[in-house]
Write a protein that binds this ligand. Structure first.
Ligand SMILES: [Zn+2]
Length: 118
């Protein structure tokens, strides 16, 4: 329950898990009601026997919490690469820092929710 750092609100906090409920096909945070987003990406190269072991991130932008876990995604499944359109050095920066990656991924969710049409 420590509230030692006031500026912690700006920082992503990694947790083992956090409460979500599914409502109308969306996952919502039980604490603040914000829609929970998730992202999966591959960590091992295609030639690796561990290729299907991916990283799954889920986060609540309202609480600034996220959790990461190992998820199994079959070799045939093509995962969206959120970093594909970025310059290489920015890409490498995001790959080194989970919190920078979350900032980027979360900013994308704002973009897509603002898109007209469906
Ligand atoms: Zn929340």
């Amino acid at each position: 329950m420590g509230m030692r750092e006031a500026r912690a609100a700006e920082q992503w906090r990694k947790v083992g898990t956090f409460g979500t409920i599914t409502e109308g096909g969306q996952r919502l945070c039980t604490i603040c009601g914000t829609r929970v987003h998730s992202y999966q990406y591959r960590f091992h190269p295609p030639e690796s026997s561990l290729f299907e072991r991916c990283i799954g991130l889920a986060w609540c932008a309202g609480c600034r919490v996220y959790c990461g876990s190992m998820v199994h995604v079959s070799r045939e499944t093509v995962l969206e690469d959120a970093l594909a359109s970025l310059p290489r050095d920015r890409c490498e920066h995001l790959q080194r820092s989970e919190t920078a990656l979350l900032d980027y991924l979360d900013s994308r969710t704002h973009d897509s929710s603002a898109q007209p049409g469906r």
